[in-house]
Design a protein around this ligand. Structure first.
Ligand SMILES: [Zn+2]
Length: 261
């Protein structure tokens, strides 16, 4: 692998010195905590001392849904959606989202929509009206604006004008390949939405069902970019790679299992 002269030099190199005895786990924890504190102090100092810093890099500034995502965005979304009221106030400040505020829906302890909205359109893509929570609407908006539209333009050369969904609220148990599970689905609280297709500006119609494993490499790349993008905005994203029950749609939900398949 190495030329001979390098190999000879490598052979003459002294053996590395044994690592110095390090402190125990306590010393490691101390260093780790020091690093975390230093990181927070520098972020805080940066936020306070540099008022011109873009809001997405300012830990004190609230989420700007139109700003490009930064490493702080996930935290800002969590903070913006901590209460339904806070989320609804955030939604009101977004110019290009189309929705109507509805009365909360309380069917039972496990089936309800809190922070109820009817969502009709995102930054560029319209959709059939869907009854959902403010948090699902906000996360879907962020995904559409920062993941779907850029992927459509970069990979397919045009934006998306419509998004096809399979509803958000559904008072039911989770579905598995073996039938119905024991737990309630996150759809029972409209904390998830199922996405099955996209219509591009040209009118071209794309579906998860046909595109995910289809012959067209661009479409395959497009749907994978949408799935990976969704994992940035939602806690759980399940698609055709997860199981047969998701062969024709992406499930995008807030539950924090962290699955991204
Ligand atoms: Zn679902």
């Amino acid at each position: 692998m190495f030329p001979n002269h390098l190999r000879r030099r490598a052979a003459r190199a002294p053996a590395p010195k044994p690592a110095r005895q390090r402190g125990g786990g306590g010393a490691f924890m101390g260093r780790f905590l020091g690093l975390v504190v230093a990181l927070f102090l520098s972020l805080f100092a940066g936020s306070v001392l540099l008022p011109g810093i873009p809001s997405q890099y300012n830990i004190l500034a609230e989420l700007d849904p139109e700003a490009p995502p930064s490493p702080l965005t996930r935290f800002k979304v969590m903070r913006a959606t901590a209460t339904p009221e806070g989320c609804l106030a955030m939604l009101e400040r977004i110019d290009d989202i189309r929705y109507a505020r509805l009365l909360d829906r309380q069917v039972s302890d496990s089936c309800h929509i809190t922070g109820h909205v009817q969502l009709r359109g995102l930054s560029g893509a319209s959709m059939a009206p869907v009854s959902t929570t403010c948090e699902t609407a906000l996360r879907l908006y962020l995904w559409e604006r920062h993941s779907l539209q850029p992927a459509a333009r970069d990979i397919l050369g045009q934006g998306a004008r419509a998004l096809e969904h399979q509803s958000s609220y559904n008072c039911r148990r989770i579905r598995t390949d073996r039938g119905e599970g024991a737990e309630m689905s996150s759809h029972a609280t409209a904390s998830a939405i199922d996405i099955k297709g996209v219509i591009l500006e040209s009118g071209r119609h794309l579906t998860v069902q046909e595109g995910w494993r289809g012959q067209d490499p661009q479409q395959r790349a497009f749907w994978r970019a949408l799935r990976d993008g969704a994992c940035r905005w939602f806690g759980t994203v399940l698609g055709p790679d997860f199981n047969q029950a998701h062969a024709d749609h992406f499930h995008m939900g807030q539950d924090r299992y962290g699955a991204c398949r």
